[in-house]
Design a binder for this molecule. Structure first.
Ligand code: GCU
Length: 440
């Protein structure tokens, strides 16, 4: 394969010619895309406790190993987050029962995180099929604001910080021109017609996606619950929550809301995310057992991909480029993946026995498709121990492209094409959800 350098600055992918140098003005980094250069590694065994005790039954997994693994991921990777805020309350902003030509209800709900209505809040947008009974739902964070996921002029324009929309664009306000610009990634009508609600929130409402020393977003309101009182110049504890943990926390708050919404079956919520938000959906699924199904779309490093393979994006690279995503302790494993007490197959195992679907794309080498498949594959022993089908495939080789494996409790596909979420991806997730979320 030609040696290429992939530069990604704030999700913009530029493919340069052979061996171009600098990445995002920060450091020299040439990703390894050569399988023969993947370091030798031994994965930690999800079914062996840290003290060497084997985990031979579901009871030991549930009461000992699962809590141990969760705590290791909290301490070393994503950080510790606070619980549900005592003052959390919900305000239905509007309700349109005749949306999408009458087949759905569009509802916008503000989740107030503190007392009253002047404090921090997160806006939820949902389209619910007019089914006359509680329906299953797909819940996913969006990158650019609720108003971008559908061309509906009545979706509220967000007044918070907006993710930059591309190189050279400095205006980070939501505008009318950006309505519906990301609709192709959110097949609302397809979901509604197949009987699912779509529930989404803008991830920047929870925590703006830039490194500001955790001074804004939900960190500003709740950090002290995690860190204790800190002097202004004090260093935050190494295991305090980063942005991925904050976004996952926001997803859990939305489940809190859905538990109060009579039109949604809150016991049948699938969480879905693409890329950094795929990392987030996996961590949300690991930490919140109310999420009934988890989808990771092209989540890569710090998501589904095994860290020890150091293929494409590495731990060191991600901690350098995005220092706010993980807890500070994670940077102790920069160029030192073998010392990690966990690897990402154990993140997937934390979702067991609930169904999980991991998807990769052939041209998304930065996210390490084989590393993503292997993480799903090596989570299998836990799924089996808990009495589920797990991944219905024996081989540790990457499956052929465009042949989804979707009949088990662990689903996987490698789609032809680039880093993206497409109609093909959604079709597979809906088929998988039909199998697990629609039975009586
Ligand atoms: C960058 C980053 C990835 C991430 C992606 C995204 O490419 O390196 O880890 O998944 O952005 O979220 O768009």
């Amino acid at each position: 394969m030609l040696s290429m350098v992939f530069l990604r600055c704030a999700s913009v992918l530029v493919v340069l010619g052979p061996m171009a140098g600098m990445a995002c003005g920060q450091d020299d980094f040439t990703p390894n895309y050569d399988e023969s250069k993947v370091p030798e590694y031994t994965l930690p065994d999800p079914l062996v406790m840290q003290d060497g005790t084997p985990v031979a039954d579901a009871e030991t997994w549930n009461t000992k190993r699962r809590p141990e693994l969760l705590s290791l991921f909290r301490e070393h990777v994503y950080g510790r987050a606070p619980g549900k805020p005592e003052q959390l309350h919900f305000e239905v902003l509007d309700n349109e029962p005749q949306a999408l030509g009458g087949i759905a209800t569009r509802r916008q709900v503000r989740m107030h995180l503190t007392e009253g209505t002047d404090g921090p809040s997160i806006d939820v947008l949902m389209y619910v099929p007019n089914a006359g009974r509680p329906v299953p739902a797909f819940l996913g964070l969006n990158f650019y604001g609720n108003h971008t996921i559908a061309p509906d002029p009545n979706i509220r324009l967000n007044t918070n910080w907006m993710r930059n929309r591309g190189p050279g664009i400095v205006d980070n306000r939501a505008t009318d021109e950006t309505r519906g610009t990301h609709a192709p990634y959110w097949p609302v009508e397809m979901l509604v017609k197949r009987g699912y609600a779509l529930v989404t929130m803008y991830y920047g409402d929870i925590d703006p996606d830039y490194d500001d020393g955790f001074k804004n977003g939900v960190h500003a309101a709740f950090d002290e619950q995690v860190t204790g009182p800190l002097a202004d110049d004090a260093v935050r504890p190494g295991d305090a929550w980063g942005s991925i943990a904050a976004w996952a926390w926001g997803l859990s708050r939305c489940v809190d809301y859905l538990e109060t919404d009579a039109d949604v079956n809150a016991a049948r919520v699938a969480v879905i995310g693409h890329s950094r938000l795929g990392k987030t959906s996996l961590w949300a699924g690991a930490t919140d057992e109310r999420l009934a199904l988890v989808v990771s779309n092209n989540s890569g490093c710090g998501g589904a991909a095994l860290s020890r393979r150091a293929f494409g994006e590495t731990v060191s690279r991600i901690n350098t480029e995005f220092p706010h995503w993980f807890c500070d302790n994670f940077s102790q494993f920069n160029n030192n993946e073998a010392a990690l007490p966990v690897d990402q197959h154990e993140l997937i195992a934390l979702i067991a026995p609930r169904p999980v679907y991991v998807a990769s794309a052939t041209e998304d080498l930065w996210a390490d498709p084989l590393g993503e498949y292997l993480a799903a594959y090596h989570a299998n022993p836990v799924y089996k121990l808990l009495g589920t089908t797990g991944l219905p495939r024996e081989s540790a080789d990457l499956p052929p492209a465009d042949e989804p494996i979707k009949t088990g409790t662990i689903g996987y596909h490698l789609r032809s094409g680039k880093h993206d979420i497409t109609g093909f991806d959604w079709q597979q997730y809906l088929d998988f959800a039909d199998l697990h979320l629609t039975k009586e």
